[in-house]
Unconditional design. Sequence first.
Length: 295
Amino acid sequence: GLPQQVTVYEVGPRDGLQNEAAIVPVEVKAEFIDRLADAGHKVIEATSFVHPKWVPQLADAEQLLDRLHRRPGVRYPVLVPNERGLDRALERGVDEIAVFASATETFAAKNLNRSLESQFEMFEPVVARALENGVRVRAYVSMCFGDPWEGPTPVSQVVAVGERLLGLGCYELSLGDTIGVGTPGHVTALIEAFTSPDKLAVHFHDTYGQALGNTLAALRAGVTTVDASTGGIGGCPYAESATGNLATEDLVWMLRGLGIETGLDLDKLVATSTWLAARLGRPSPSRVVQALAKG
Ligand code: HMG
Ligand code: MG
């Protein structure tokens, strides 16, 4: 069966803007987030407290958080890789963070400058200290389906990394298809290999056009939280073959068609996507936004 309700976890301001060639002004980022909240989003991943040299696009994380118009009932999680990042987030009064692990050795080295094993030494004190401070922690696992250097990722390897993160006390585990190579059968097999599908979210990049099909497979397997980005912008600067995320508007169109409640206003999402596209100087990549623009 399918769920009656789905939580859309919006990653546009973080995953989307981390991969833009141009640096987006902090005022535009703050307005973007405001518009997303206005469209009904209850969880908006705002930015990253990573090393500013590694992701210069998000080097203004402090300034952005100072400008956020926080609304009651809306969560604004931020990415945090290590204790330095946690210190920065705590100084800004953040109450939800996300750590991000790799399922593969090569991507752990490229994205985190760590080995598959030593990434946990980095995350353990982050999660422990966050929880002590009343901060909720989400965890991502990247390269869950395949990796540009190592090929297909074994299901057992993803489950081992993921269960270990859940064991640290993370409230949710988002399964990342960083380079978009997953297909629905693989999605079902991966989700079924976990002991608690209710703690899983899915994070599909749409490189091979599989993101909506994969999402449907995940919903049928019991997942009720789906990551998406405005217009489908996004990618990972440390995985060249990564392209954009599943577009929020395309996801909401499908869910609406299935009669699944999201609490989101599609017209406002489309208007925000068009507004952002103008700021980025190119059309929204979302198929739904393009189709609606033609009337
Ligand atoms: P490192 O070079 O190993 O860092 O990088 P270090 O711990 O050796 O520290 C070196 C220096 O950096 C020190 O300064 C630290 O203080 C400073 P020094 O003492 O030499 O003056 N430093 C920091 N400064 C500010 N903020 C920090 C920070 N950390 C250290 N947080 C590190 C390790 C993890 C920092 C680096 O590899 C990094 O920043 N990586 C982030 C890469 C990234 O953001 N990738 C994109 C997000 S992941 C993604 O997109 C995938 C996802 O969407 C899911 C999917 O699609 O699969 C989530
Ligand atoms: Mg991503």
